[in-house]
Ligand binder design. Sequence first.
Ligand SMILES: [Zn+2]
Length: 432
Amino acid sequence: MTVKFKNCIILATGENGEFQVLKNCVLCVKDKLIEYIGDEASCPACDEVKDMRGALLMPGLVNAHGHGPMTLLRGVGGGLALQEWLETAIFPIEEKLTPEDVEIGERWAVAEMLAGGTTCVSEMYDFPAYTGRAMTETGIRGNISRVGLSFSDDAEIPAGRFDECVKLVKEWNDPDDRVRAEFCLHSEYLTKESFVRRIAEANRELKKTVNIHVSETKKEHVECKERHNGLTPIQYLNECGILDESTYCAHCVWVEDDDIEIMKEKKATAVYNPSSNCKLASGFAPIDKLRDKGVNTAIGTDGVASNNNLNMFEELHLASLLIKNCERDATKATAEEILKMATINGARAMGRSDTGELKVGKKADIIAVSMDKPHMFPAFSIPDILVYSAQASDVIMTMVDGRILYENGEFKTIDIEKTRADMQSCIVRLYS
Ligand SMILES: [Zn+2]
């Protein structure tokens, strides 16, 4: 099956990795891949032609840190400080969640993400097989994991957790490799050293990626140093070998200069979560410094309990404004850099170098953004208008693996009214 997109602006990637804004060109998709970008006259014949009427085609957004099923807890405990928020608002509801709830919550999350232009997501949550099933059925791309937790070095608590982490990685099977299982450690503070070392060993053997929360709060960062002879979370994880293979670290708000050096050397990624960090008043991650030192940086929404949405366009906007103001320098965090964080850099972090840019041979993970609304005209700079003006609601089409999953308000793979009703039943039970 081949599809040609015509009459559109294309935010493509050139040979040197720089963005190219192409006008009067077409983009052709063959099966799951981008087959052609260029003049219409030289385009191969296509089964279907889509007239985009001036819309912009860009790579789908990569949400490099999420907890999708938390749609069932959207905004719960708003206004509370982190510890009280977790203990009084979040954990009591999470304790009641069933695998079926998680699947429904993830399906609702995917609907929100597809409608807002996200094509690839990193999910960290309980019952990953159910999250994974919702992802497989809806067609989004992403990584899932069994959350690594360990509360004792003497006995395995929770029992069997290490085997569950490995089992998911070994046995999860998606022939399309669209939904992939990886390793996960919740954090330094919710895992013991022997467990961390075993996960590091397993990942060295199986060559997957590791997803982990790092230095989100000052408290967690300081207490780690007290627990581990002055080692920061990054230094401790490095000693345990967890950074030896591809690791991506959410938050990184309190990382220190030495941590940044280690992250660069070990090719670890820092995932920025601007809304969540601001809402929970965790602080400002030194993203500009990380970038300057050559650390890969990506962007995530975190869960909607602390955001309260999965709107990556909002994260782009906020990320740029915060980085500029942390540095008191308007030349920092250019729109191009921010777009890369939210596309190719996130894909790289998740071990998916075959997506995240519009280039021949890459996966056809493409979104179309309408340029029709007043706030999208005039568009003197395409990267700037995407980062500072565009809204998630400007997305009019979302394609993953060459398949259109969302178009002009219609979900092709999700029964949205049924899912809303399912969500409502879950909520009545969970909050009664
Ligand atoms: Zn998180």
